[in-house]
Design a protein around this ligand. Structure first.
Ligand SMILES: [Zn+2]
Ligand SMILES: [Zn+2]
Length: 211
């Protein structure tokens, strides 16, 4: 008899899963969560098992972690692209039909101005009192809940855009670096003085070994 280990239907992923992956709850993570869920709704896609959906993030901050968890677009699968322009903007492209949306967030005045900003600066410089720390975490929590539950049109803009398909992650044959002896994707090697060597060797950036 043949036991069929087919895939169980994927479990819905939640904001809790994002927190577990990211390590803490924060407004940035909540933004990524909102962006991913809104994009998937706009594109009419469920969390894909494969690489049909591609996320292009214009930040490398907290929100990216929620996007990996919710949309299944991950660094390892090659369908997560990060251009760190320091913007809370996320583009999602569906390879199945070529449709794409770009999501941007309105400036969150509450967490960027006045008391909140001052408090944040204090907490991050380690100069806050215990009471100020508590106050800060309370405000952060409120801001996170706010982002999670606000009507979409209050916090973000969802625009359909036209774009070319992002390049696919390619699988390359491995070779052995003539210098360090480590295995490396062929396409990532360089030819130096007749030797095929890896980029860290070519740029002399190999971590030094402890003696
Ligand atoms: Zn965070
Ligand atoms: Zn090497």
């Amino acid at each position: 008899m043949h036991t069929h280990h087919h895939h169980d239907p994927p479990q819905p992923v939640t904001f809790e899963d994002c927190i577990r992956f990211h390590g803490h709850s924060c407004p940035g993570l909540a933004s990524g969560y909102r962006a991913a869920t809104a994009a998937m709704e706009a594109l009419g896609v469920a969390r894909p098992e494969d690489e049909d959906l591609v996320a292009i993030c214009e930040t490398d901050a907290c929100g990216v972690d929620a996007i990996q968890v919710i949309a299944g677009t991950t660094a390892g699968k090659g369908n997560l692209v990060i251009h760190d322009y320091g913007k809370h903007a996320f583009t999602f492209y569906n390879r199945k039909d070529g449709k794409a949306v770009r999501i941007t967030f309105n400036r969150n005045e509450k967490t960027e101005t006045g008391d909140f900003a001052g408090l944040r600066a204090k907490v991050f410089s380690g100069k806050a009192t215990e009471k100020e720390e508590e106050e800060f975490h309370e405000l952060m929590h409120k801001a996170t809940v706010g982002v999670l539950h606000a009507p979409a049109d209050k916090i973000m803009k969802i625009e359909k855009i036209a774009m070319d398909a992002p390049k696919k992650a390619r699988i390359f044959a491995s070779v052995t670096c003539d210098e360090c002896g480590e295995s490396v994707a062929g396409a990532k090697t360089r030819m130096v003085k007749g030797k095929v060597i890896c980029i860290p060797c070519a740029e002399q950036k190999h971590p030094a070994k402890r003696k």
